[in-house]
Design a protein around this ligand. Structure first.
Ligand SMILES: Cc1ncc(C[n+]2csc(CCOP(=O)(O)OP(=O)(O)O)c2C)c(N)n1
Ligand SMILES: [Mg+2]
Length: 382
């Protein structure tokens, strides 16, 4: 997948060909791989829990799209904001993990909070109103996600506008499926951000499908990054299967935004591993057999499996000499269907971390029934 930059050209301060990933240490590279395992294990664990009947509610899998989350989050400052949607559930607990997964000051939700949310327990940030991404946290700098796709981009733009006015340098990353770029509010918000040069980086996760609608019925151009042309802002295409390419493109956009030059769009091309949600599952392969005239949905799934973000990252680490070929085969989560994986396919610290969240959630209480009618109107008012 080639990288294209639409006008205006951004250019880098270093001038030379040095990429942001070239400044990452061996430890960073290994930490990034570990985070890919973490995002993947969260997803497969939930899929398995649901299949075993230990979990209810719809799951929107991020399987095979993890490089977008890990690569974009890795270079953020604690004070930056994110605005995740349904496909980005791991982002809520993976924000600000670079300096340690468990440090108390980390600006990301805890795995216990996230699992509490999925299991609809009293401990959940959404207080059991929902089992998925309709949560946010001012304290952790996470914009509250809503069902109205692209509807949170204006909120994100407003938050960093306010921060700028208060002398801050925070950047916000907004995550969007390619389908939601057709929403009117997407254009209004990015136009506003462009006019005011706001530090808003819009990530487009192009997994080629918006529910059952294929790319060619969503947009007339091949690259959704071209949306940027209409606002006179940079639009870049990243290989969404390559965590380090995502890191490069997003970091360039983040630095550009932080320096006051304004918003950018980064399109990450990826593959949706399953149906839209688990209620849809692989039936998508039947109701929409082709992505375009030449590629079938099944072929797309296969291409995604073959370019699993974990195997792409491992290959890079071996090339760099940061991982031996033998070490690279120690865990084998990549290229597998969620239910084909076992705990042995993941590093033990990854399994333990998620297990902590699952155990906390399954042991937590459900909220009292009378809460169901609360917080609809202002409490205590007629
Ligand atoms: C404004 C709006 N229209 C329709 C929906 C219903 N809906 C939820 S997810 C979805 C598909 C979104 O596709 P895309 O933006 O490509 O994200 P993906 O699910 O592929 O990650 C649709 C149509 C919605 N939530 N909001
Ligand atoms: Mg999509």
């Amino acid at each position: 997948m080639a990288s294209t930059v639409s006008s205006p050209k951004r250019g880098t301060d270093t001038g030379a060909t040095q990429r942001p990933q070239d400044l990452l240490t061996k430890e960073d590279h290994l930490a990034v791989l570990q985070q890919l395992y973490l995002a993947r294990y969260f997803d497969v664990r939930l899929i398995k829990e649901k299949r075993r009947g230990r979990l209810t509610g719809t799951l929107y899998s991020s399987h095979n799209q993890e490089a977008i989350l890990v690569g974009s989050l890795y270079g953020l400052k604690s004070t930056d904001w994110i605005s995740p949607i349904h496909r980005d559930m791991p982002a809520f607990f993976m924000k600000d993990m670079r300096e340690g997964w468990d440090r108390p000051s980390r600006k990301g939700m805890s795995i216990e909070d996230l699992c509490g949310q999925v299991w609809c327990k009293a401990t959940s940030p959404g207080r059991a109103r929902d089992n998925w991404s309709h949560i946010g946290s001012r304290e952790h700098h996470i914009i509250h996600s809503t069902s109205m796709l692209a509807g949170t981009i204006p909120v994100a733009a407003g938050v960093v506008y306010a921060d700028r006015l208060n002398g801050g340098d925070a950047v916000v990353l907004t995550y969007n499926g390619e389908g939601s770029t057709a929403q009117g509010v997407f254009h209004e918000a990015i136009n506003f951000a462009a006019v005011h040069k706001l530090p808003v980086v819009t990530i487009i996760e192009n997994n080629f499908w918006a529910y059952g609608t294929p790319n060619h019925l969503e947009y007339s151009q091949e690259d959704f990054a071209r949306r940027a042309d209409g606002y006179g802002i940079p639009g870049t295409v990243a290989d969404g299967q390559d965590v380090f390419d995502v890191y490069d493109k997003v970091m360039e956009a983040v630095e550009y935004a932080r320096s006051g030059k304004g918003p950018s769009i980064v399109e990450c091309k990826t593959y949706r591993a399953y149906g839209h949600g688990d209620h849809d599952d692989d039936r998508a392969a039947r109701y929409r057999p082709t992505v375009d005239e030449s590629v079938t949905y099944r072929q797309m799934l296969e291409m995604g499996r073959q370019r699993d973000p974990i195997s792409v990252a491992k290959k890079r680490l071996v090339e760099l000499g940061y991982l031996t070929a033998e070490d690279a085969t120690r865990y084998a989560a990549e290229g597998k269907h969620a239910t084909q994986t076992t705990d042995e396919d993941f590093p033990p610290e990854v399994v333990d971390y998620i297990k902590r969240g699952v155990d906390a959630a399954t042991q937590a209480a459900t909220p009292p029934a009378e809460e169901g009618a609360m917080w609809v109107f202002r409490e205590g008012q007629p």
